[in-house]
Design a protein around this ligand. Sequence first.
Ligand SMILES: [Zn+2]
Length: 344
Amino acid sequence: MTDPHPFIAGLPKAELHVHHVGSASPRIVAELAAHHPDSRVPTDPEALADYFTFTDFAHFIEVYLSVVDLIRTPEDVRLLTFEVARDMARQNIRYAELTVTPYSSTHRGIPEVAFMEAIEDARKAAEAELGVVLRWCFDIPGEAGLQAAEETARLAVERRPDGLVSFGLGGPEIGVERPQFKPYFDRAIAEGLHSVPHAGETTGPQTIWDALTVLRAERIGHGTSSVRDPRLLEHLAEHRIALEVCPTSNIATRAVTDIELHPIREMVAAGVLVTVNSDDPPMFGTDLNNEYAVAARLLELDERGIAELAKNAVEASFLDPAGKRKLAEEIDTYTTNWLRTPGR
Ligand SMILES: [Zn+2]
């Protein structure tokens, strides 16, 4: 297969690991910055493009936090969410589980009810106007400690929006042990939420075992270091526990030193259900289509192989069975039509 991009661009896709604030593209940031002229974020697109060119990981964190600082009102939350869905629609993403960190907004003073209304309002508009189905994963910002965990669990349970399907844990892994979050995951799981913590991105396989056995993870965010433990790979494959792989993000954060050495090949070879995702796409200079192209190259996939990768995400999603069937059929129909078209 020569250039996979045109096929990937039109392919209906689901995305399972993508962060709300981390999806703010320069276009969206410019719009938010225009509402808050006192912020230090540039508003004109060219200066913004420079601003988004990261020099190192510390710079990424600085930019990320400056975008967090632009989200000050429920209207900002609504705008960000709907515009993220617009960027998804352009890539033919039909379904996304968006990781939202409500704690970042509520502890900065956005009233919790208004926050929930803003994301729900955007979710309904995205589905009606853009054909993008959004669901939420509320995640604990691990670096903010147990008080943030308590607050996130409380918001998930007491202020649960209709679109909420899962409960996660992000932020740094080193020095932030997974087991301490057990009571909060227990509480969310008791309410019927799915467990999807980040694990094994910057730490070893034990963190993934902790996520599985203590936090009862149903999917693993990243799981990069799983390939260092054959027994773990076997366990993931046997129980169909999907990994949410984000290749470009792993390079940007130096979880993987060289894209050519990305462990996605070993994961697939071990029979693990691998899904491809974009994490914080504009901040890592990527989008989901590009991540599929990267994965297709590393795994040497043709169109059918790429379509299978897209169907892995549908299988590993928390869509209802009818929704899964419909999206998988859309992927099959698109692929069959593509391959039937003469001249390709
Ligand atoms: Zn992530």
